[in-house]
Write a protein of this length. Structure first.
Length: 296
């Protein structure tokens, strides 16, 4: 498993780039990653000020082990290219590009990062948030396996998906399940981390928990958030529980015993496990160890 994929991204909190105080407070919020936002959270007349504030915050640092991501404006907007140039200079862990509709959009974003002088370790994250993106999802995903690709993470823009589909944003998200499911399938086929979209009703704690559990059960690696109060329950839900981790370690140990070499099926604590369960167990342990390191 690559280090990028094993890195915990249970809770990924949006912070408005126009709010310097919020970005300061974010240094103490136990989210796995922060998205410092220059796009939707910033009014047009505040774009340049927000850009300056975000770059200053990133340069100042102090965010500990949190992954820092800058969401830029779209490349077709008046601010997009300048955002990318400034973001590359600031040196975050990743740059998040909105409205990725095609493989060509990924190529344009990659080229813009290269032109801005991006170093090799800078990741490209992509927003998947339109019907066209869903229709092109396999060709978008395939870009991740091209030599030198920076694309590592997709963020589902569920508010935009609902808007573009003219669909109701129901508690069970049935109108969006096809879009979410196809995205998960493509992400898994091409080794991309997939993050679920936001839950808008901050006061709806029960609904938030249900949506987190739904996203986890669908296969998402974590969830994007809009308020610090959502971080703790999100971290809990997207973390493997201790019993699962303990059994995963026993499964790995059992298959690694010399006497079990070459066996496809074993009994562990009275349960039949196959080679595929050992692969799942290795991922579970890798994520659990990465979470423990992050929270140490």
């Amino acid at each position: 498993m690559s280090l990028i994929n094993a890195r915990p991204r249970r809770s990924v909190l949006y912070m408005p780039g126009s709010n310097a105080r919020a970005m300061e407070k974010a240094r103490e919020i136990p989210a796995d990653a922060l998205i410092l936002d220059l796009e939707d959270a910033v009014a047009p007349d505040a774009k340049e000020e927000a850009r300056a504030q975000v770059m200053s915050a990133v340069a100042q640092g102090g965010y500990g082990k949190r992954e820092i991501v800058i969401r830029v404006n779209g490349l077709d907007t008046p601010w997009g290219i300048d955002d990318i140039k400034a973001a590359v200079a600031a040196g975050p862990d990743a740059i998040l590009v909105p409205k990725v509709n095609s493989a060509g959009d990924v190529a344009r974003a990659e080229a813009a990062l290269t032109a801005a002088g991006a170093k090799g370790g800078l990741q490209l994250w992509c927003m998947i948030e339109t019907p066209l993106a869903i229709l092109n999802i396999q060709s978008i995903a395939a870009k991740a396996q091209e030599a030198g690709s920076r694309m590592s993470v997709w963020v589902m823009g569920t508010n935009d998906i609902a808007k573009e589909l003219r669909a109701a944003h129901t508690p069970d998200r049935v109108p969006m399940l096809a879009s979410l499911g196809l995205s998960i399938i493509a992400a898994r086929a091409y080794g991309i981390v997939a993050l679920d979209g936001v839950h808008n009703d901050i006061k709806d704690e029960q609904g938030f928990v249900a949506i987190c559990e739904q996203g986890r059960d669908m296969g998402f690696d974590g969830k994007t958030l809009i308020h610090p109060s959502q971080v703790a329950p999100c971290n809990r839900i997207f973390s493997p529980d201790p019993e699962t981790v303990a059994f995963a370690r026993k499964t790995i140990e059992a298959f690694e015993l010399p006497e079990n070499k070459g066996k496809g099926v074993l009994k562990v604590d009275g349960r039949m496990v196959e080679i595929l369960h050992a692969e799942i167990a290795r991922r579970t342990v890798a994520i659990a160890d990465a979470i423990a390191e992050l929270e140490a």
